[in-house]
Design a binder for this molecule. Sequence first.
Ligand code: SF4
Length: 331
Amino acid sequence: MVPFNYLKVTNADEASAHFSKNSNAEFIAGGTNLIDLMKENVARPDTLIDINKIESIQSITELADGGLRLGALVKNADTAYNERVRKQYPLLSQAILAGASAQLRNMASNGGNLLQRTRCYYFYDTATPCNKRAPGTGCSAIGGYNRIHAVLGTSKDCIAVFPSDMCVALAALNARVNIHGLEGGRVIDFIDFHRLPGDTPNQDNNLKKGDLITSIDLPDESFDFHYSYLKLRDRSSYAFALVSVAAAFKLEDGLIRDARLALGGVAHKPWRNREAEDFMIGKEPNSMIFSQVASIILDEAAGFEHNTFKIELTRRAIIKNCLTAVNKERI
Ligand code: SF4
């Protein structure tokens, strides 16, 4: 780890002001990923700006339209166990609790969850080429060991996956990300927040330098009964998803009135396919329909030497999890 300066701020303006003076600074909240990256010399900020004392982004509050605002500094565990989240957005609660370990969820912040970096082995190994860590050096995973890597939205420069569970549910729920930047505030739809790798895999998301995530808004939509989050992984806890599926439905007279489907572990960002979601509207929910949905989503999937199994695994995960969600019965 290289030496760095450390300072604390108490409001978003102060945070941005410090950032504008030092473009090699990083914000730190829970630090559950950033500290690892610094220890491995993958991240080398010369200043850490501690944002934990910013009071205005520490709570979960109701929005005027009935939705919910999740403060960026609220811990993942406090979000998952919040009464309103459990009642109104149980899919999110379930997804958060599928991630990491209890200790990490107690420490990790909501904003930080969006900003965690890929767990590609080569990204953490500074002795190997990696376009995400060192642009222009190459991608060691494409011709190397790529069992955990992406099968959708890859590029010739990077095939990494985004590791979050929480973000898969946020994508399915049409969340929005509120940002305080050097030029003022703005909002990004969640599905546009993270990027595909293209030829700039070093950029995980559409934040600009100095942007601070202040909160995440959830719209007031009721996906509180026919929902399910399925995470398939190598161990039953404290492991990242090989494939995950967030599914949520509104049913009426036995037919699908609204459908949300987001995938994790298969791409550089939470993956949604609107064509597949629209295809389900007005149809009877059954395994044949969900199999067709999987085919639409996976039509453009392509595996590499060690991860082709993920395509069939994803197909089965989609069908199984959609059936789990629609077959819930009220007691
Ligand atoms: Fe780096 Fe992406 Fe290739 Fe992994 S997949 S080695 S993160 S460029």
